[in-house]
Ligand binder design. Sequence first.
Ligand code: TRP
Ligand code: SF4
Length: 334
Amino acid sequence: MKKERVLSGMQPTGRLHLGHYLGVLMNYVKLQEEYECYFMVANLHSLTVFYPNYRKAHSFIAPLVSDWLAAGIDPEKSVIFVQSDIPEHAELSLILSMYTPVSWLLRNPTYKEKQENLDKDIDSHGFLGYPVLQAADILLYEAKLVPIGEDQLPHLELTREIVRRFNHYQQQEIFDLPKPLLSSFPKVLGTDGRKMSKSYGNTLDLAESEESFEKKLMQMKTDTARVRRQDPGNPENCPVFTYYDHFGQKDKNEIAKACRTASIGCRDCKANLFSYMKEELRPFREMRQKAEKDPSFIENILHKGAMKAKERAQKTMIKVKEALGLNSRYTFPA
Ligand code: TRP
Ligand code: SF4
């Protein structure tokens, strides 16, 4: 049986952190066993914000891909590629934009939110059309499933609306309706106990040096009831404890008990956690070093990925152009 296709994308906006790893990357890695996966660096999407100086975003591509590889995304199993290497994204996006009423884009919640929150002027045509480009990403590979976070659901719904409208005018089912695949890992907390996010400056980065990782972890807030070493704590009020859901999981129950009875101090608790994290994150540091030493390593992977992606994308474009009649001969009307 043919495997169903999955596509997901990530913008190159900076280094990946633990939140990305637990919430997104681990999910990607699992999916590649069951599906034909396309993992895309959404660098054209990042242009919506990085337009004054795109080079900065470009420099985040290699580190992003290096983190993917370190997490276990395997270029032999999945297609790893950069969006702008496949011009068909722009081409399909333009065509789909003709089937997308502006009113749909204006009421897109991420459009309103970002415009209000970002200090940068992003009042551009491209930013308004962001979800159309995302629809093109998905449809170009005829992906059935799209792993995304909850914040991206409106974009997937828009993709579905565009598909319905496009199919309606073609009077054929050119595209199937893609479905979201929500990841199940709960929100990962940052060093200050709020949601881990680059904008809060509370991240633990995957490829971060051991020293700096350890320092951040050791300074992290714990249950505020544990003022002194002998005060019992409640792991449920402790952001550090949430990491035990993944790292050192087998110690989790014991640690919870020891915390409640104050038989363990926060320093020991964190040191124990760090020993697990250090082990698991080692490939991220090693991959980064390897990729930095030999730039052609990542470039080769992306080159191969682009060739595979291109082949798939071109099939879809032929189908779309045939449906519209865009590739028929230039003859006089009958
Ligand atoms: N908009 C997505 C984000 O910021 C990134 C993205 C671009 C994407 N194209 C995609 C995600 C296609 C899924 C499918 O997270
Ligand atoms: Fe948190 Fe561990 Fe300290 Fe308990 S002992 S408050 S779980 S860091």
